[in-house]
Write a protein that binds this ligand. Structure first.
Ligand code: PMV
Length: 351
């Protein structure tokens, strides 16, 4: 029996509150602006990845949600990520002759998402983060998460942020080799544990314009885009970090909603325009503003990635206030029963 090594890991989805949209280098995934996200709790949307390496394996293989990805060798991003991780192992082996030379062995990877893939729910973020963290563990690399984030970034830009829990910034960096384009922790989840997220799945189908092609169209054709990356986002980046450090929900929420709107405005300003939000998304936007107006303060924020699904951020103390509105609007849809018991549901109705 050949010697084997195994590792397993889960990585949660992160949802940007300050969006990454635009690449200045497409092969290294270097962004045109810095971004900020909140990594959802491990118990919510996540990818679970296991990997095994063995001297007798004859090729790298990947199974995604139970099906083998037969185009693995054609996926430039995946092969680049694996090559970078192997290189780090090779450097380690070169320094320590007692280590088994597993850097030259093939790897089998099994990855499962507990949510719809490629539907604008940041599946690639959790997927590449889990893959990088899992293979790094398998190859017993000593690098910290910021160092690994530079590799995850090359798989899918937003994946670099999923290596950290809590509030995370992806600093765009300036260098052309990407060595300073990395994820850093703004604050751990424990800093603001009252922050909650609710995902409203408006449509679980795959999106029609991938984020990579959408971004490039925006970079090339949108007039609004230049203002966004040179003026709007740099200022918002600092303000949003401060709102997190100060636990200032109203400011955090306002910046989050404005940034989602600004990102979708540049999509609409692309030529031909890209529509990620749909009628249901717009209904959610109006609902959130109605709820905030009703309470006379901002208790909830929406944000939309490259798809129609909404993520709402709110503080735990306001969950009932928010859910009674959402329940009244969407009570005919499924999903409530598994999360809330009958007593809670009737409370929402009374509110
Ligand atoms: O990482 P990608 O290539 O899937 O792009 C993600 C883009 C957005 O989700 C819309 C924004 C973000 O910062 O996550």
């Amino acid at each position: 029996m050949s010697e084997t090594y195994t590792a397993s890991i889960t990585a949660p989805v992160n949802i940007a509150t300050l969006k990454y949209w635009g690449k200045r280098d497409t092969s290294l995934n270097l962004p045109t602006n810095s971004s900020i996200s909140v990594t959802l709790d491990q118990s919510d949307l996540k990818t679970t990845t296991s990997a095994m390496t063995c001297s007798s394996f004859t090729k790298d293989r990947l199974w995604l949600n139970g099906e083998e990805d037969l185009q693995l060798s054609e996926s430039k991003r995946l092969t680049q990520v694996l090559a970078n991780l192997r290189l780090k192992r090779k450097e380690k082996e070169a320094k320590d002759a007692s280590l088994t030379k597993i850097s030259s062995w093939f790897i089998h990877i099994v990855s499962i998402n507990n949510f719809p893939t490629a539907a604008g729910l940041a599946s690639s973020a959790a997927g590449f983060a889990a893959l990088v963290a899992c293979v790094a563990k398998l190859l017993q690399l000593d690098d910290d998460m910021t160092e690994l984030s530079k590799i995850a970034r090359q798989g899918s830009g937003s994946a670099c942020r999923s290596l950290f829990g809590g509030f995370v910034a992806w600093e765009m960096g300036e260098k052309s080799d990407g060595s300073d384009s990395k994820a850093v922790e703004v604050a751990p989840l424990e800093h603001w544990p009252q922050m909650k997220a609710c995902v409203l799945v408006a449509c679980a189908d795959k999106k029609d314009v991938s984020s990579t092609s959408g971004m490039q169209l925006t970079v090339k054709t949108s007039d609004l885009f230049q203002k966004r990356i040179t003026e709007v986002v740099p200022e918002r980046f600092e303000q949003m970090k401060k709102s997190i450090m100060d636990r200032d929900f109203e400011l955090f929420a306002e910046l989050t909603m404005k940034d989602s709107n600004s990102f979708h405005a540049t999509c609409l300003d692309s030529y031909p325009p890209i529509f990620y939000m749909n009628d249901t998304s717009r209904k959610v936007v109006r609902l959130v503003h109605t709820i905030n107006a009703f309470y006379g303060r901002t208790i909830v924020a929406y944000t939309f990635d490259a798809g129609p699904n909404a993520v709402l951020y709110y503080l735990e103390e306001n969950e009932e206030k928010l859910m009674s509105f959402i329940y009244a609007m969407f009570k005919d849809l499924s999903g409530w029963e598994s999360k809330y018991n009958g007593e809670q549901l009737s409370k929402f109705l009374k509110n």
